[in-house]
Ligand binder design. Sequence first.
Ligand code: AMP
Ligand code: FE
Ligand code: FE
Ligand code: ZN
Length: 283
Amino acid sequence: MRIDLHTHSSVSDGTDAPAELVAAAAAAGLDVVALSDHDTFDGLADAGEAGERLGVQVVRGIEVSAQYRGTSVHLLGYGCRADDPALLAELTRVRRGRGDRVPAMLANLAAAGMPVPGEVLARHVGTSPSVGRPHIADAMIELGYVADRREAFDRWLADDKPIFVGRYATPLAAGLDLITAAGGVAVIAHPWGRVSRHQLPASLLAQLAASGQLDGVEVDHQDHDRATRAELRALAARLGLLATGSSDYHGAGKDDHDLGCNTTTDEVLAEIAARVGARGGRL
Ligand code: AMP
Ligand code: FE
Ligand code: FE
Ligand code: ZN
């Protein structure tokens, strides 16, 4: 089977509506696709419906904004009960932090000579409950300040660039526990990607594996080069962590992240399903 366990819809910072994303997954020849929007479950109902119609298994996912010692860490949760009160309360807190930082980023943009009117930004956020920098990037593109999201991040919005403003994110250990307590399986997304390569050492992953808090790591991801993938795959095998692969598709929002460009094996998906079943979650 062709299995892609990490994608984003327009419910967060992707550009396809959930049903469009599932249709694109079918067209790309995927048998299984996880919708893993940032900090919200809101797209799962539409995606699941489209999956039934189109014969694609839709895995119920989420990507939680966490942090470890101030460095951003993204946690993929699979099969969480979407009505778990503790998890929902934390996601609300994270999304509020997303909204609260926007005025400061708009002020930074104005100060840099790139005013972004609120209504322009609002058009790009649309109905997403989870506003993010990619929406600001899209407004900057519309206003002619940058050519694409990549330029917006590279010049202005990345964590070390002048427009960036930090926001609340869940402490790593708490995020892992919230996911598993809600019946889910917890996988660290792109652990050795651009932001977190040196902040998430093997020793930390070993500790999280030994404590049983962490189920797996996303090995095959576009932010990992060949050598990084090999190193991380060997580490996962040594630590007994599941190794996943996925596209991190964002529709037109991210180049080089086509659906199915990386995939997860049938065996790993079966193990995820078994753990979700044992924890009382719903895949
Ligand atoms: P935020 O959610 O506001 O912290 O913004 C982070 C999001 O921006 C990530 O989830 C990615 O989808 C996106 N992103 C980060 N870096 C880049 C980049 N260089 N190019 C395009 N999108 C990016
Ligand atoms: Fe994103
Ligand atoms: Fe991510
Ligand atoms: Zn993602």
